[in-house]
Design a protein around this ligand. Sequence first.
Ligand code: MD3
Ligand code: FE
Length: 204
Amino acid sequence: SPFDLVGFQFLPGYFDRQAQSALIDEIRQIVATAPLFRPVMPRTGKPFSVKMSNCGPLGWVADRSGYRYQPHHPDTGAPWPEMPGMLLDLWNQLAPNSASPEACLINFYQSNAKMGLHQDRDEQDFTAPVVSVSLGDTALFRLGGHERKSPTRSLKLQSGDVIVLGGDARLSFHGIDRLYPNTSSLLTNGGRINLTLRRVTSPA
Ligand code: MD3
Ligand code: FE
């Protein structure tokens, strides 16, 4: 099954309530400087249901011209805010042999948001893992294999859970099928935040 892929780690309850709340405080400060934007699909311009921001030297963006990483916010033109120390610590714990993370993508899901099955292929370095943190409402996550048609399995991600996608799992298809509204009181207005830490460029 996809969960047996070498390099897939599920760490339920990695962050306790106090750490989750500290992370939310950091995210609030980041989005005050780098406001959430709504990406659109290249060519079609179809809007994502998820809103996004980033911190760290690079940020992932999507517009009519494509998907890419860039050092500036697509609307304000300002550099992305610094990556919080808590996230650098997380990376050092879970990806100790990889060069420092360059991008932390902040995905914000309202109750009806989802993310279709996709691969993360916009990075140059696929040897580093992706580290993901779930905060707020529970989500139904789907993990497949290396081909879109590969069998998939589903897993509920709760607030404080961390997953690590390295090795063979790094290029797996994955997505978020749905949220379970009102399953967490972490976010005052509900919804879910997912943080994904990534190495983008190949270390020299
Ligand atoms: C499996 N985010 O930002 S996180 C994404 O919950 C993304 O917002 C989802 O997919 C979210 O690209 C899923 C879990 C995750 C992240 C990266 C992966 C799973 C992954 C990369 C490879 C395989
Ligand atoms: Fe992804």
